[in-house]
Ligand binder design. Structure first.
Ligand code: CA
Length: 231
């Protein structure tokens, strides 16, 4: 990947942490810019194009959740990694509800953040292939990152999109929770969390609730699979 073209926005009010992140991202070959509060973050996002956002939650002027929701109104695809001192699952779900793709709890090891950044950027890159994935009347276009079911365009968050892509690339196979976590969240999420159930529900509401046949199915005790009929 041409790293020199990758622009990352860091929205973080702890100046020292922001500077360290910027330097480490630059040392890893990315361009990085800092916004020290949510309002400056919003202005920079309106002005410039970024490939990924690292977003703190407790921020002056506009907090991370609100900024995240605001970004998602106009850009459903840009990966957003939230940084926070709070690590409970409830907080994570609030973050994911706001439209974050990933979540890192402070203090964190920079290598962990970098690994996640790379997972998102690599996926963005591979999705440029002009490929389409289909099942029944649903079609995913990997180049435009759009999903259509029965001629209706379906808006998915980046995480929901990745989850659906994982299902479509593994049609009619039972996918374990561990496999889904690794493919979609890309790192060592605790498999005992219910994050997968939460996201499978989000996805079902969007692609299955109003349509038939149902495509995302549960194999109790094993995991999930994507199929037009029960296997
Ligand atoms: Ca903060």
């Amino acid at each position: 990947m041409a790293l020199e073209n990758v622009n990352i926005l860091i929205v973080e009010d702890e100046q020292r942490l922001a500077e360290i992140l910027k330097k480490q991202l630059e040392d890893s070959g990315f361009n990085a810019e800092i916004a020290n509060d949510g309002y400056v973050g919003k202005l920079l996002l309106e002005k410039n194009t970024y490939n990924l956002i690292i977003l703190d939650i407790n921020l002056p002027l506009i907090n991370g959740y609100d900024l995240c929701k605001d970004i998602r109104k106009t850009n459903s695809k840009i990966p957003i990694i939230m940084l926070t001192a709070f690590g409970t699952l409830d907080n994570k779900i609030v973050g994911f509800d706001a439209g974050a793709d990933d979540y890192i709890v402070k203090p964190f090891d920079f290598r962990e953040l970098l690994a996640r950044v790379n997972v998102f950027l690599r996926r963005t890159e591979t999705k440029r292939a002009t490929e389409k994935l289909r099942i029944a009347d649903l079609e995913m276009d990997l180049s435009t990152k759009t999903v259509v079911r029965a001629n209706h365009k379906i808006e998915l968050t980046a995480k929901e999109y990745l989850l659906l892509e994982t299902f479509l690339k593994n049609k009619e196979k039972i996918l374990t929770r561990e496999f889904i976590l690794e493919q979609v969240w890309g790192f060592d999420f605790d498999p005992s969390t219910n994050i997968i159930d939460v996201y499978v529900n989000y996805l079902r509401k969007k692609i299955d609730k109003d349509y038939d046949p149902k495509l995302i199915r549960t194999k109790f005790g094993f995991g999930f699979y994507c199929s037009e009929k029960e296997v």
